[in-house]
Design a protein around this ligand. Structure first.
Ligand code: NAD
Ligand code: DAU
Length: 338
């Protein structure tokens, strides 16, 4: 049997892009997409790769120990690339429990199965948010040695899972890597997040909610550059190491929103300043030099990547219109009626 790769969360935004990238790049690898299909999971994006014989889908909850153990006993997974998570900060403020269940307990269930059944490498896809926030001094960056200081229930749950991954390496010698990436953007980004939310609302001539004064900074990376980084780490990462992923693309939220509005030729009057997010982190910025020493460089410039992404949303209206017309509409109305 060839190499078997278990990708958790492969029906979501980044996991979905990663599954497509891997199925195409490694036709001799068997790629297993394991996903619970929560509100954020969607399989219609995989219409093309579903035809390929090396793509497989498994519907399961990562926190369900019995099913996860059964799957590990039937298959012979060489790699576990772990994306599955509750991923949206605002949802973690209104409903934190599911973040602990999925992000903490689910990760522990996977680690235990990987330890019991044996694997070549467990890559835990984490986030720069575990480091907390930076101030606006542009010479400061998150490095792998920055202390873990999460501020939201989401980032606290991710930090907890990072610590479990570290513990399984230290205690059981499980071969692991942790990646901590900055904000991703690109195709199939769920329209609750700032960039796709702005694109979809501007296209519908609806107001765009900007939290606080819009001066918070995020460090944006194209999702394909994140996929390339994970491919590199899974094959070349040194066991037990953490790798930060980011492309030095800092933008204020206001700059991002204005770029989208201007690209689409609409009026900046669409911007609506709304109540700030609780515990809103000021600034994220990544020092990616450790990953660069493995040979990684981002391939997208932000200007090109954002223009292509806007075009993708224009060309794939059916995908996001279906999402924003369903249950998501209730979430959005509750979120902004407070
Ligand atoms: P997403 O919300 O788009 O997708 C999450 C996927 O996980 C969905 O397909 C969902 O159905 C699945 N899932 C949720 N709970 C599950 C469970 N209990 N069992 C199995 N599957 C389950 O998330 P995303 O933005 O693609 O993020 C993926 C990962 O990358 C997350 O771990 C996130 O913390 C991390 N990350 C995200 C970003 C970003 O900018 N989006 C940046 C850095 C790291
Ligand atoms: O840094 C990596 C993280 O990036 C990932 O770990 C998370 O999973 C991912 O969701 C993302 O978190 P953010 O909170 O940075 O992303 P979001 O798109 O929710 O918000 C980006 C910025 O825009 C943030 O400063 C809040 C602001 N914002 C967001 C929304 C949804 C607004 O001003 N208005 C909005 O409506």
């Amino acid at each position: 049997m060839g190499t078997e790769v278990l990708v958790t969360g492969g029906a979501g935004f980044i996991g979905g892009n990663f599954v497509q990238y891997m199925v195409e790049k490694y036709p001799d690898y068997e790629i297993y997409n394991l996903d619970l299909l929560t509100y954020a999971g969607d399989l219609t994006k995989h219409k093309e790769i579903e035809k390929k014989s090396n793509y497989h889908f498994l519907k399961a909850d990562i926190a369900d120990e019995k099913i996860i153990n059964e799957l590990f006993s039937v298959h012979n997974f060489d790699y576990v690339i772990h994306f599955a998570a509750e991923s949206h900060v605002d949802r973690s403020i209104t409903d934190p429990g599911i973040f602990v269940q999925t992000n903490v307990l689910g990760t522990q269930v996977l680690l235990e199965a990987a330890k019991e059944f044996g694997i070549t490498k467990f890559v835990h896809v984490s986030t720069d948010e575990v480091y907390g926030e930076l101030d606006f001094d542009p010479t400061t960056f998150f490095t792998e040695d920055t202390p873990i200081q999460p501020n939201s229930p989401y980032s606290a749950s991710k930090a907890s899972s990072d610590l479990l991954v570290r513990a399984y390496h230290e205690t059981f010698n499980l071969p692991v890597n942790i990646t901590r990436c900055s904000n991703n953007y690109g195709p199939y980004h769920f329209p609750e997040k700032l960039i796709p939310l702005t694109i979809s609302r501007v296209l519908n001539d609806q107001k765009v909610p900007v939290y606080g004064d819009g001066k918070n900074i995020r460090d944006w990376l194209h999702v394909i550059d994140h996929c390339i980084a994970i491919d590199l780490v899974m094959h070349k990462g040194e066991n037990g190491e953490v790798y930060n992923v980011g492309g030095h693309n800092e933008r204020t939220n206001l700059e991002v929103v204005k770029t989208i509005i201007n690209t689409l030729g609409k009026s900046e009057d669409l911007i609506e300043y709304v109540k700030d997010r609780l515990g809103h982190d000021k600034r994220y910025a990544i020092d990616p030099s450790k990953l660069e020493s493995l040979g990684w460089q981002p391939t997208y410039k932000f200007e090109t990547g954002i223009a292509q992404t806007i075009q993708w949303y224009l060309d794939n209206k059916g995908w996001w219109e279906r999402i924003i017309s369903g249950e998501y509409q209730n979430y959005f109305e509750n979120q902004y009626s407070k």
